[in-house]
Design a protein around this ligand. Structure first.
Ligand code: GAP
Length: 456
């Protein structure tokens, strides 16, 4: 597996991820996705939405506002309890999360006895709604997308005539004023989440919790092609923490979040160690009960068949898109030796690759070859993400496309277009990213050939 620096450097060099506001020196915990990063991210989001909403009959989507009535965050417990313990070094003034410090020394300057006692630091970003900066107008940027689903539970259930069990899914930005950001896009202050709240009958939540654990683990493995040695499940209960999967001894005990009776956290083996990529929480009726109490609106569900009334229980798979981007990059990055040269290749799964095909002219000083290559690229664009590139020699162009995970390169040469060339065949060379095998395909069949390959 590559180290973090290798991935950060590839991301900047090739246009996946840039430091936010870079020309002003950046701003900690905020990142900008470049042309390839946004494609990769969109492909991950599409794969999640397809698996969670489109392919199932029991989940529907919403897209709620980022800024909500501040009472939402009072009811949810975030105003009172969404905090991390913060310590500061009186010598160098660096700040740390108390739970991440081992021993008495400051991790930055090494001084002993200069760390303050921990104090609770609330991670909600505050903002004002309206023109007057007074307390009454204070609200928050959402720290999780989940609450936009809970407050719409009744709207969705009624308007879509849903019967329990059913789920509501959402993709959107969340904001947390993290004390310490870091490890590139792993821990950010602005990030994207994909969350689904699955509403079920009280008493069935443990069964659904186990089912969602298995479904989500399978999704990660198949969608991002993750090897068994790099992914595991951390079981977090009030009584203790255990591991299902590799390195069972390598575990830090944790308590479930304030809203959860227990969590399955899916973890990936990053260079900095096992770290959470998705949390599957058993949220009970915590949120709906709290919103019912503070809003005064009934959020009970009436079961037509059994004539029972109850507040549903909730199982929530919640993942971070930015962390999935990072996993996709780590898991697909490979260095190979090809004819004594290093080949860097991102072996991203087909559906995630930002660019599906690159069309390359072998000789950029031959107008007929260039024109044909541009024409082929134009024919392919409506069907798949296509780039045209004539800015270097073919060897360098291949290397560039391998490094960004492009699935196929179509090369137009003299034989393809020059009717007076004795080897003229009206075909182009298509090169496969992973095997590097090359085949000659008639120009008129290129589109169907590629569409067929992408659908395999
Ligand atoms: N609604 C439940 C919830 O928000 P969480 O475990 O705090 O649970 C869910 O967050 C997922 O969101 C995490 O597994 C992680 O992938 C992502 N996430 C959380 N905080 C993040 C941060 N500061 N930067 C990037 N991703 C983050």
């Amino acid at each position: 597996m590559p180290d973090m620096e290798t991935i950060v450097s590839l991301c900047k060099r090739r246009g996946f991820v840039f430091q936010g506001s870079e020309i002003y020196g950046g701003i900690g915990g905020f990142w900008d996705y470049g042309p390839l990063g946004v494609e990769l991210k969109n492909n991950i989001k599409r794969a999640w939405w397809k698996a969670m909403v489109q392919d199932r009959g029991d989940i529907v989507g919403v897209d709620a506002a980022v800024i909500m009535n501040p009472n939402v965050w009072r009811a949810s417990g975030h105003v009172d309890t969404f905090s991390d313990p913060l310590v500061e070094c009186k010598n160098c003034h660096h700040r740390f999360r108390a739970d991440q410090i081992k021993g008495e020394a400051c991790p930055n300057c090494g001084n002993k006895g200069t760390l303050t006692e921990p104090r609770q630091f609330n991670m909600l970003f505050k903002t004002h709604v309206g023109p007057v900066e007074e307390d009454a107008a204070i609200t928050y940027l959402r720290p999780e997308t989940a609450q936009g689903i809970f407050v719409n539970f009744d709207n969705v259930q009624q308007s879509m005539r849903r019967k329990i069990p059913f789920g509501i899914a959402q993709i959107g930005r969340s904001f947390r004023n993290e004390i310490v950001t870091g490890n590139f896009i792993f821990r950010d202050r602005e990030f994207e989440q994909m969350e689904m709240e699955f509403f079920c009958k009280p008493g069935t939540e443990d069964e659904w919790h186990a089912r969602w654990r298995d479904e989500r683990l399978a999704w990660w493995k198949t969608t991002l092609n993750i090897s068994d040695a790099h992914i595991r499940v951390k079981v977090i209960r009030r009584e203790g923490t255990t591991i299902i999967g590799p390195d069972p001894e390598d575990v830090q005990a944790e308590k479930p979040p304030h809203y959860s009776k227990g969590n399955y956290d899916i973890e990936y083996k990053f260079p900095m160690g096992w770290s959470e990529i998705e949390g599957i929480a058993s949220r009970t009726d915590y949120d709906l009960t709290a919103h019912q109490k503070l809003s005064g609106k009934s959020l009970e569900y009436f079961d037509d068949e059994t004539k029972e009334k109850y507040i549903p229980y909730v199982v929530e798979p919640a993942m971070g898109v930015d962390r999935a981007v990072l996993v996709a990059l780590f898991e697909s990055y490979q260095e190979e030796k090809v004819r004594d040269e290093k080949r860097v290749v991102l072996k991203l799964p087909k559906q995630l690759a930002p660019i599906k095909v690159a069309v390359l002219p072998l000789a950029r000083n031959r107008p007929e070859i260039v024109a044909k290559a541009q024409e082929i690229a134009a024919t392919l664009r409506p069907h798949m993400m296509t780039v045209y590139d004539d800015s270097a020699s073919i060897g360098r162009l291949y290397r560039r496309q391998d490094e960004i995970g492009t699935l196929y390169c179509v090369t137009v040469d003299h034989q393809s277009v020059l009717a007076d060339d004795e080897k003229y065949d009206g075909k182009v060379t298509i090169r496969d990213r992973d095997s590097m095998e090359q085949v000659r395909v008639p120009i008129v069949q290129v589109k169907d050939w590629l569409v067929g390959k992408l659908a395999e």
